[in-house]
Design a protein around this ligand. Structure first.
Ligand code: KIV
Length: 252
């Protein structure tokens, strides 16, 4: 169901930016699909914005399978990318077995975080015929080792490493790659150098697509929103208003 590599390359050439959003449940997936989003990501960000975990490192394969299946039931059109959670791809064999589980649950493609260090895992997935999406730059699954969420590509060494990671993923056959929290010039340079579609988040406007966590777009997770995410609704305020009205009416 994922657009073929040639379709994505055509889209890249046409310079029409891909609009990508996360979904974790049936009604949201259905609404976003009906609204015309290009790709849906069942991201492991669900650990934070749906399950209340402090970061994504506690997300399990069972959680991903559960949410991908729900999203699959709501979608008829947009391809679904499913995240492999932390430590579900420590070896190529484990990566392939878990990628197959996500596909059986309903994902059209799978994504994992990392570049050159994970090429054996990426190759195993792609050689099995599963469309693959990379993810480089700031890697939320490494937040504890990194000591926080930090912008990437600020030094020439970091920029060179990111470009090498992107080229390695591209040569292995990634159909797309997420560029997260990368300085805009480096993200734009990667976009020029790779055949795969780049999908930026906090990486400027020079990428082939943009992805946002839907809760950030809709203002439904008011306790934290990254500075680059523009909220276009305030569902938290609307929820509080409706609930207060209901409570007041019940208690009259
Ligand atoms: O888990 C997720 O939602 C992601 C996006 C932030 C790209 O990986």
């Amino acid at each position: 169901m994922l657009p073929s590599l040639s379709a994505l390359i055509q889209r890249k050439k046409s310079r029409q930016t891909l609009a990508v959003l996360t979904a974790y449940d049936y009604p949201t997936a259905r609404l976003l699909d009906e609204a015309g989003v290009d790709l849906l990501l069942v991201g492991d960000s669900l650990g934070m914005v749906v399950l209340g975990l402090p970061d994504t490192t506690g997300v399990t394969m069972d959680m991903m399978v559960h949410h991908i299946a729900a999203v699959r039931r709501g979608v008829t059109r947009a391809p679904i990318i499913g995240d492999l959670p932390a430590h579900s791809y420590d070896t190529p064999e484990q990566a392939l077995a878990n990628a197959r589980r996500l596909v059986e649950a309903g994902a059209d493609a799978v994504k994992l975080e990392g570049g050159t260090a994970f090429i054996p895992q990426v190759r195993a997935i792609i050689e099995a015929g599963i469309p693959f999406v990379g993810h480089i730059g700031m890697l939320p699954q490494s937040v504890r080792e990194e000591g926080g969420y930090k912008k990437k590509g600020k030094t020439p060494e970091q920029a060179d490493r990111l470009i090498a990671d992107a080229l390695a993923l591209d040569e292995t056959g990634a159909i797309a790659m997420v560029l997260e929290s990368i300085v805009p010039e480096v993200a734009a340079e990667i976009t020029r150098q790779v055949r795969a579609s780049t999908i930026g988040i906090g990486a400027g406007t020079g990428t082939d697509g943009q992805v946002l966590v839907t809760h950030d777009l809709l203002g439904s997770f008011p306790w934290f929103r990254p500075p680059f995410a523009k909220a276009r609704a305030d569902l938290a305020a609307e929820t509080r208003r409706a609930v207060s009205e209901y409570i007041a009416e019940c208690q009259k």
